[in-house]
Design a protein around this ligand. Structure first.
Ligand code: SAH
Ligand code: SF4
Length: 409
């Protein structure tokens, strides 16, 4: 790896050549729950009566201290540390490129092993978006996506595999490692404790590559680790899961994870939504909204965010805007208008700025606060949803877009 500092003052960690990739030989403990840690300890011969206590120690070193080697685990006996090291690692997904923009946005390209030995490794991206009152991490849940939304670049990617809980939690670990945040996660009163050192990664959005509700078990396990108070401690209220509308899993997500929900609506009529989000043919708008109404914990304080990508001449008429507010009537909702971010070969264009403003006015007049969060006259935006494996730098408009997407509350 080499660090190059180009003239535009963005810092770039250049992509590591593929030939140097070596898949991990031992399993990593990163991402494991307390129960799974106890089981791993059992596998290396730790007696049953000790497992809970030892798992608790490992948990603390992993998720509070951010330990990257067993050596630093001073509360664990030398003998056990050596045994752990023989069988496991604390490896995070391998960072093969990092880009840091002038505004602080960071993008990491991560390399993950293929599913079968000898298969080429996969790549996913993870983006950190700092803002005045928060720092949001946009996580991927799959390599590629099995769905084929017509405006989304990820949907054109052929390779698909689910990420493991470790690979999802690993993205948070990578961010905290790179931001040097572990130091700020100290016991109250200790130098550098959270009170005088605000959280860098305070929010999570599952809006990177993939459909999280088609990898529900792993996403659930990962988010339960992420939201555990005694570990990474990112509150469920600060975690938003975005779905294209996998209806049977929406209520399950609410019950089993309890995070905030965002729904990629994008159209108010089934014929158009069938085209934009083909999953609509299986789960049409009415079924989707019924599932939303039944989302556990839904209230005015815990609204669902409806995402609506602005596609010129496709879904951006004022009649659409009026139909949108009619459709969502009675559901505690927020509306996020996302200017479309074009990609090479797409047949869509982003709506004109004036049209976005007019559309947003209808939405605003219906009682939804500032649906487009970009200052007037700014360039159009992108979305995390179209992150793809490439090493291009994020353009200014993409960075702004990520910021708009991340504003889910
Ligand atoms: N698969 C999930 C989550 C990832 S996509 C989902 O579809 O909700 C996150 C968001 O980015 C979704 O609302 C998605 O529709 C949107 N998106 C995808 N491609 C985009 C593009 N080119 N421009 C703007 N938004 C896009
Ligand atoms: Fe998959 Fe979401 Fe892209 Fe649709 S918008 S193809 S569900 S990542």
């Amino acid at each position: 790896m080499s660090i190059a500092v180009p003239n535009d003052s963005a810092t770039v960690l250049e992509k590591t050549p593929l030939e140097r990739y070596v898949p991990p030989a031992k399993p990593s403990l990163v991402g494991l729950s307390r129960g799974a840690l106890a089981q791993a300890l059992g596998e290396i011969g730790v007696p049953e009566r000790e497992r809970r206590m030892r798992a608790q120690q490992l948990w603390h070193w992993l998720y509070v201290r951010g330990a990257q080697s067993f050596d630093v685990m001073t509360s664990v006996s030398k003998e056990l540390r050596a045994r752990l090291d023989e069988h496991f690692t604390l490896a995070r997904p391998e960072v093969v490129a990092e880009q840091i923009s002038v505004d602080g946005t960071r993008k990491w390209l991560l390399r993950l092993p293929g599913e079968t030995p000898g298969e080429r490794p996969h790549e996913v991206e993870c983006v950190y978006i700092p803002d005045t009152d928060r720092g949001t991490l946009c996580l991927s849940s799959q390599v590629g996506c099995t769905l084929t939304c017509s405006f989304c670049h990820t949907g054109t990617q052929r390779l698909v595999r689910n990420l493991t809980p470790g690979e999802i939690v690993g993205q948070i670990m990578v961010a905290r490692d790179r931001l040097g945040e572990w130091l700020s996660v100290r016991a109250p009163g200790e130098a550098g404790a959270a009170a005088d050192n605000p959280r860098l990664v305070s929010n999570i959005v599952m809006m990177g590559m993939g459909e999280p509700l088609y990898n529900l078990d792993a996403v659930r396990d990962a988010l339960l680790v992420a939201s555990d108070n005694e570990g990474l401690a990112i509150s469920r209220r600060r975690i938003t899961l975005s779905t294209s509308g996998v209806v049977p899993n929406i209520v399950r997500a609410g019950e089993e994870i309890g995070v905030m929900l965002a729904v990629s609506l994008h159209a108010v009529r089934d014929d158009l939504r069938d085209e934009l989000v083909p999953l609509n043919r299986k789960y049409p708008i009415k079924d989707l909204l019924d599932a939303c109404r039944n989302y556990p914990g839904l209230s005015n304080a815990r609204r669902i965010t409806f995402e609506y990508v602005m596609l010129k001449g496709v879904n951006d008429s004022l009649a659409d805007a009026k139909a949108l507010v009619r459709l969502l009537k009675g559901i505690p909702a927020k509306i996020n208008l996302i200017p479309f971010n074009p990609w090479p070969g797409t047949r869509y264009e982003c709506s004109d700025w004036e049209q976005i403003e007019k559309f947003s006015e209808v939405v605003f007049n219906a009682g939804y606060a500032s649906p487009v969060r970009t200052p007037r006259g700014r360039d159009i935006l992108a979305a995390c949803g179209q992150l793809k494996s490439a090493t291009e730098k994020l353009s200014a408009r993409e960075r702004l877009a990520l910021r708009a997407m991340a504003m889910t509350d």
